[in-house]
Design a protein around this ligand. Structure first.
Ligand code: OMP
Length: 283
């Protein structure tokens, strides 16, 4: 992309990718146990082959691909270098990259994370980044600003899929639950940046959650992990997403990756999931 050609907002690019390819986002999570199950070495060479086969299997099928940064980071600089290459390859495949790094820190440090993941020309630049609001949604402002100015997006953790999350994220303050206040604050940012950001700021809500936040006021996308290995189902996704179902990106990682190392087997699982998780006609 030339500098004279501004990138369209992430929200608009995601809507178009979903209209084209459906609502499924597959994760690339090279767990050591999966590398072993695929007959690969638990080292950077194994991670490289794992990522290559995964991209061959579904790079052209889904609107978004979410590398789990932790499984690259654990291999040090070689792993990060592979992640840089993978982010480029995801773009070449026509999918959007969602880097699952769950970053979050005080504003000035957050600005450095924003430069790393959301600025033009950075080796780790992705289309969207997962961020943690534990230091306050306002502490993430450098990331909101960077994302808006470069046509990128954020997914802010609101109500996560893990069983330990409810006590903290479901606790009730003046504005309802903590999870609801995160959704409301992200929704406010989507409304104030409409036209420029195009609803590029999303939240993460797990498909396993019994007490999800109300998402009607979000005006942005939802990343919904927890389907498959963590027990979430299509019915759960429908129940939790409600009116934002068409803008929901359903993440599945191990359920697809366990079908490897055979590329066709993984591809078949994704084709099947793609049939179920396509909500463009949802009411
Ligand atoms: O931000 C995430 O993607 C995330 C949030 C959440 O609440 N739960 C959750 O499982 N995830 C991530 O989504 C992926 C789920 O993987 P599977 O359980 O194998 O499908 C992992 O990379 C998790 O780190």
């Amino acid at each position: 992309m030339s500098t004279s050609e501004p990138r369209a907002p992430f929200g608009a690019r995601l809507r178009s990718a979903v209209a084209d390819r459906g609502n499924l986002c597959v994760g690339i999570d090279p767990h050591p146990a999966l590398l072993e199950a695929w007959g690969l070495s638990v080292d950077p060479a194994g991670v490289a082959e794992f990522s290559k086969r995964a991209m061959t299997a579904f790079g052209d099928l889904v609107p978004a691909i979410k590398p789990q940064v932790a499984f690259f980071e654990e291999h040090g600089s070689a792993g990060i270098s592979l992640l840089e290459d993978l982010l480029v390859e995801i773009t070449s495949s026509g999918a959007l990259s969602v880097a699952d790094a769950k970053r979050g820190d005080i504003g000035s440090t957050m600005a450095a994370y924003a430069r790393a993941w959301l600025s033009e020309g950075s080796p780790l630049a992705c289309d969207a980044l997962t961020v943690s609001p534990y230091l306050g949604v306002g502490a993430l402002d450098p990331a909101f600003d960077a994302a808006e100015s470069t046509g990128r997006g954020l997914f802010v953790l609101a109500r996560t899929s893990n069983p330990e999350a409810g006590r903290l994220q479901g606790s009730v303050g003046d504005d309802g639950t903590v999870a609801q206040s995160v959704v409301d604050e992200v929704g406010r940012r989507n409304r104030t940046s409409f036209g420029r950001g195009g609803g590029s700021f999303g939240v993460v809500v797990g498909a396993t959650v019994a007490d999800p936040p109300e998402l009607d006021g979000l005006h942005g996308p939802v990343l919904m992990p927890g389907v498959g290995e963590q027990g979430g189902s299509l019915d759960d996704v429908r129940r939790i997403a409600g009116s934002v179902l068409p803008r929901t990106l359903v993440n599945v990682s191990r359920h697809v990756l366990r079908a490897g190392p055979d590329v066709d087997s993984m591809r078949n699982v994704v084709v099947d999931l793609n049939r179920q998780y396509r909500f463009d006609n949802a009411t």
